[in-house]
Design a protein around this ligand. Structure first.
Ligand SMILES: [Fe+2]
Length: 243
């Protein structure tokens, strides 16, 4: 695990891919005094390491905010205190497959959430999952969850989406693009820190998803990625999508 400071009171925990895995994990923590809000938990192993690192610094994990409720983002809750406040989309039950020990508090899309010096606001972006949200942090950073994914070294990963949700995922990526941001944080892979990289990353995913949708799921790999400027890591998500 690599620990970096994004800014004062804003920590990044990075986990490279383990052998045989397509992606690693990227967790962000906001600090308010000794209290910490962690965005996503990854699996138990990563959650435990983050919790221990926080404790060793005299901090305590009080909140977990979830970009969405897929296992690689929520499973770590099992290793954390049941009394932690867990925040996430009102749609979370459509995604969560295993019980977690904490109660989930719905985020408010109209009022946001304040944590110390951090003003957070949320935008629903269904597609990757019905409960996916964007998290705006002080109108400076935007956490895009898994709307954009990459490997630890930044190599692009295909969008993961079920076929019947492709149109939703496209709409959510178009919404993200229209926000015209210049600092986007990801759950997998390094942050994108300029608007041209962000636009290109979005356009590549849009091109791929639109090609698959236009073909009604009957296109070749070459046709699916013919409009993309990047080379996506792995074809697994494509093969699952068109099978
Ligand atoms: Fe994920």
């Amino acid at each position: 695990m690599v620990i970096d400071s994004v800014e004062n009171n804003f920590i990044n925990f990075r986990f490279p891919e383990e052998d045989g895995f397509l992606y690693g994990f990227n967790l962000y923590a906001l600090v308010n005094g000794i209290d910490v809000l962690l965005i996503d938990t990854a699996f138990r192993t990563q959650a435990r390491q983050v919790n221990e690192a926080l404790t060793s610094r005299g901090l305590r994990l009080t909140h977990v905010l979830l970009t969405h409720f897929h296992p690689d983002h929520v499973a770590g809750l099992v290793a954390l205190d049941p009394k932690i406040t867990v925040l996430g989309s009102p749609e979370y039950k459509r995604t969560l497959v295993k019980e977690i020990p904490q109660t989930v508090t719905h985020v408010s899309f109209s009022e946001g959430f304040k944590f110390g010096e951090f003003d957070l606001s949320f935008t629903p972006v269904p597609g990757h999952s019905p409960c996916s949200i964007l998290i705006d942090i002080n109108e400076k950073y935007l956490h895009a969850g898994d709307n954009l994914m990459s490997r630890y070294d930044g190599k692009a990963i295909l969008p993961w989406v079920e076929y019947h949700e492709i149109a939703s995922h496209i709409s959510s990526l178009e919404l993200l693009k229209a926000m015209n941001r210049d600092k986007v944080l990801l759950g997998h892979g390094p942050a994108l820190l300029n608007s041209s990289d962000i636009n290109q990353a979005i356009d590549d995913r849009l091109s791929y998803l639109s090609a698959v949708l236009r073909s009604s799921g009957n296109c070749s790999w070459e046709d699916a990625v013919s409009g993309c400027t990047c080379h996506f890591a792995g074809k697994e998500f494509f093969e699952q999508l068109v099978q």
